[in-house]
Design a protein around this ligand. Structure first.
Ligand SMILES: [Zn+2]
Length: 358
């Protein structure tokens, strides 16, 4: 491990991995002043620690001892052993430290000139982890196991923040389907990976649907954090919905085990079933529309089903989605055509005569 304290060197368009991490660590303490001197961003891929500065009084660490501290940290060891562990955030209250660990590997050929796609991916993941350390409710409380529903609030805050920052950094028209942080990605991982604690699809979908109303350039760092928390609390599904979706979509997981096409068709049938309930459709449509958009199965291979079938699915899904959007919670419920405007005049009781009451 080596520690990198940033010194601002203006870089042209070409960005190295260090440029990206240094800027992220600098911006993070600017956006969240309470992290100043106490935030370490560790990139396992390069064995480097990035920090704007280290507050020795508060943390008891210097640039040199921070290297030893991180080298011996349990998360360093865990990530060395498990390359599939992509990232993590934690805090050390004894040292007043907030830690962001990144374990995503970037091809050595890209390190001096990182592609836009790689940069966007790294920022998605880092913003997610930063939100855990920096935003109210980012760290979940009362967690009793790795599957505890209480974890979902912190993950929802973190994903909401990463999505909002993506639009803020790159604009609302930019492609915003990160492989982890996206409605379809989180839905797929919930059913196929059994990961209910990162099931943030409804929260992310709500942000995507309201993104054109938000003036991302005008959001202050505090408002950005506050908005992420609002979206999380408002759109995170209740515990019962999470349980029920796990049960409802278990047959879909089994179908995908038999083959990608089998799974895809089962998902189509489940989602477009006229008797599908509100949450089943809401969940299935997010997953299915993501797959139709990318044209890829969960294993990354292209969906090779007849074009006519896929077009038909697409048309039906779009029609039902439009109805779902329009009716919201009243989806598939009888509603009156057009609400009557309240009648004015006839029923209004006038109290003008009080003055003359005897
Ligand atoms: Zn997380």
């Amino acid at each position: 491990m080596q520690a990198s304290m940033s010194s601002s060197s203006p870089s042209p368009e070409k960005k190295s991995l260090s440029d990206i991490f240094n800027k992220f660590a600098d911006d993070a303490v600017e956006r969240f002043p309470h992290l100043k001197g106490q935030l370490l961003v560790v990139n396992m891929d390069e064995k480097k620690i990035y920090a704007k500065e280290i507050d020795t009084q508060k943390t008891g660490l210097t640039k040199q001892t921070a290297v030893d501290y991180i080298s011996n940290h349990p998360l360093t060891k865990a990530m060395e052993q498990d390359k599939g562990m992509s990232s993590a955030a934690t805090r050390d209250d004894k040292h007043n430290l907030k830690l962001v660990f990144m374990n995503e590997s970037v091809s050595p050929a890209e390190r001096d000139n990182v592609s836009k796609e790689t940069e966007q991916h790294l920022l998605y993941v880092m913003d997610h982890e930063l939100a855990h350390t920096a935003i109210k409710d980012g760290f979940s409380k009362d967690v009793k196991s790795a599957y505890d529903y209480n974890i979902l609030l912190g993950e929802s805050v973190a994903d909401a923040y990463a999505q909002i920052r993506h639009y803020q950094r790159f604009g609302v028209d930019d492609y915003a389907h990160n492989k982890y942080v996206s409605p379809a990605g989180r839905a797929e991982n919930f059913v196929l990976g059994g990961d209910s604690v990162h099931f943030t699809s409804f929260v992310l979908d709500a942000i995507n649907k309201q993104k054109d109303k938000i003036d991302f350039d005008k959001l202050t760092p505090q408002q950005t954090a506050e908005l992420a928390r609002r979206f999380a609390l408002e759109y995170m599904p209740p515990k019962r919905v999470v349980q029920d979706l796990a049960y409802t979509f278990a047959p879909i997981r089994n179908a995908f085990r038999k083959g990608m096409d089998v799974g895809f068709k089962a998902l189509v049938d489940k989602t477009l079933d006229p008797n599908a309930d509100y949450y089943t459709f809401k969940f299935g449509s997010l997953w299915l529309s993501g797959m139709l958009e990318t044209g890829k199965h969960p294993d990354g291979r292209p969906i090779n089903l007849p074009k006519q079938y896929l077009d038909d699915v697409s048309t039906k899904l779009k029609a039902r989605e439009a109805k779902f959007e329009k009716d919201g919670l009243l989806f598939d419920m009888p509603t009156v055509g057009k609400p009557k405007p309240p009648s004015a005049g006839n029923n209004v009781v006038k109290f003008n005569g009080f003055g003359k009451a005897a």
